[in-house]
Design a protein around this ligand. Structure first.
Ligand code: NAD
Ligand code: UGA
Length: 459
């Protein structure tokens, strides 16, 4: 079965880049991305590519090449669904904030709405692809919604989880470690495998049953996050023992069974997925009565929360146990470099702890707009919007943010931070001048030479 028209519901961090790459690699397929968010679609259609809603290295170039040819962004959801043979569901699946499973389970209301939308408007057979990260056995619910329409339309459901990481999305999509497709219908699986086959070798396209595919996605994220919590647990022990966590990470990473990647100690992992997906896994395990399994994975989150809290506690105690009225310059607000995404960024929580101690926070991030910084703090609702406005200031220039600060806290590992004139930074700051390097990106000896009181994670 050859596909000529694809629709993707959800023009977010996954839908946008993934469909852009599919369109680039399959010039004969028309790809339409739809979203209920009109502003987001307008931004995707903006003439000025620096206004795209998502910042990812390499993304603007691909959008420039394909937009208006075989890549389209629109809010006309029903039309796009009806015209397509294959529909990807790539909407958000956040942690539930209400009712049963609040704070743990995935909120599947957006996914269900998509399934209902497809069921309502489809007049021809469709392959429906789960691209969103979903709890194992979600395909059963989607199938039940789609098959109870009475319209006689045939639906095949596939699970095709996405493994891209933000900041390297285009690279990850162009050369994936693997593509995973779970499903029942061989014909549907091969239709999707063909699309990826334009640029991914067939032996990297893994076919499984739908439940293995759904569960593999949550498991992959749980294993990745577990590595960070493991090295972060060791970072605290390093600080007590004069061991150096980077040296430990290097030494253990050279064991090929462990491997060198994903062992950077940090202020803790952020992002929209690790925490949400592990909480979801914990919830599923508990719902099957598997309490030991649930407790095991929950500890990954506990350690991550501890790491964020430890960072702010250390900052406060080093600044003579009070930050009240002191200016703390935070470099970076995004949850990692090369993205404008701030969801669950450690910076939000560290700022919140410091604001509870009446600190004045000055934020500089090369890609995150001021509106987002305030939005993130207001969303926590720890204090009023007015108080956040009063205590937090955002800057377009790092040196303005740093001027007269008592301390600099590095929250994100943006490359540009390494290139700053740190001598100039020192001169601009109050003395003694403190640096709290939450990403271990600066050189301890160089900073000490300049005169800084420098501390990092696990060293
Ligand atoms: P996102 O919030 O950036 O984008 C989701 C989009 O879906 C939003 O623009 C929203 O307006 C739209 N939407 C919601 N309901 C809709 C509906 N009924 N009709 C049309 N549009 C609708 O989310 P994201 O980061 O792209 O994540 C999407 C899914 O992919 C999640 O399940 C996530 O866990 C998973 N995932 C994310 C990443 C990542 O790095 N962000 C990586 C792999 C997997
Ligand atoms: C992660 C996974 O890496 C992707 O494979 C997955 O598809 C995605 O989640 C998802 O399901 O959404 P992402 O969250 O975008 O991707 O970014 P990561 O590179 O995994 O970083 C997550 C967090 O861990 C960041 O805050 C990062 O700074 C932190 N991190 C990462 C560390 O603290 N140390 C490391 O060694 C690596």
């Amino acid at each position: 079965m050859k596909i000529s028209k694809i629709c993707c519901i959800g023009a977010g961090y996954v839908g946008g880049p993934t469909m852009a790459v599919i369109a680039k690699m399959n010039p004969n397929i028309q790809v339409t991305i739809v979203d209920i968010n009109e502003d987001r679609i307008a931004a995707w259609n903006d003439e000025d590519l620096s206004n795209l809603p998502i910042y990812e290295p390499g993304l603007a170039e691909i959008v420039k090449e394909t937009r208006g040819k075989n890549l389209h962004f629109t809010t006309e959801i029903n039309k796009a669904i009806d015209e397509s043979e294959m529909i990807f569901i790539s909407v958000n699946t956040p942690t539930k904030t209400y009712g049963k499973g609040k704070g743990m389970a995935a909120d599947l209301k957006y996914v269900e709405l998509c399934a209902r939308n497809i069921a309502e408007v489809a007049t021809t057979d469709k392959i429906v692809v789960e691209k969103s990260t979903l709890p194992v056995r979600t395909a059963k619910a989607i199938k039940s919604i789609l098959h109870n329409t009475g319209s006689g339309v045939k639906f095949d459901i596939l699970s095709n989880p996405e493994f891209l990481a933000e900041g390297t999305a285009i690279e990850d999509l162009l050369s994936p470690d693997r593509v995973l497709i779970g499903g029942e219908s061989e014909e549907a699986i091969e239709a999707l495998a063909n699309i990826y086959g334009s640029w991914v070798s067939q032996d990297q396209i893994l076919r499984t049953n739908v439940w293995s595919s759904e569960l593999s996605k949550l498991t992959a994220n749980a294993f990745l996050a577990q590595r960070i919590s493991s090295i972060n647990a060791i970072s605290e022990l390093c600080e007590k023992t004069e061991a150096n966590v980077s040296e430990v990470a290097k030494a253990i990473g050279m064991d090929s069974r462990i491997g060198p990647k994903f062992l950077n100690a940090s202020i803790g992992f952020g992002g929209s997925c690790f925490q949400k997906d592990i909480l979801n896994l914990v919830y599923i395990a508990r719902s099957y009565g598997l309490n030991e399994v649930a407790d095991y994975w929950e500890q990954v989150i506990t350690l991550n929360d501890h790491q964020k809290r430890r960072f702010s506690d250390n900052l406060i105690s080093t600044l003579y146990n009070t930050v009240s009225g002191k200016k703390i310059a935070m470099l970076g607000w995004a949850f990692k470099k090369d993205t404008n995404d701030t969801r669950e960024s450690a910076a939000i929580y560290v700022a919140d702890h410091l604001l509870n101690e009446q600190a004045n926070i000055a934020v500089y991030d090369p890609k995150v707009p001021s509106k987002k910084v305030y939005g993130d703090l207001d969303y926590l609702a720890t204090r009023s919007e007015d108080e956040n406005k009063e205590l937090v200031e955002t800057f377009d220039n790092p040196y303005d943010a740093i001027k007269d600060a008592h301390a600099v806290a590095i929250m994100t590992e943006w490359d540009e931070f390494k290139t700053y004139d740190w001598k100039k930074v020192y001169d601009l700051m109050k003395k003694p001048a403190f640096i709290f390097d939450g990403r271990n990106i600066l050189n301890k000896d160089e900073m000490a030479e300049i005169g800084f009181e420098y501390s990092s994670i696990g060293k």
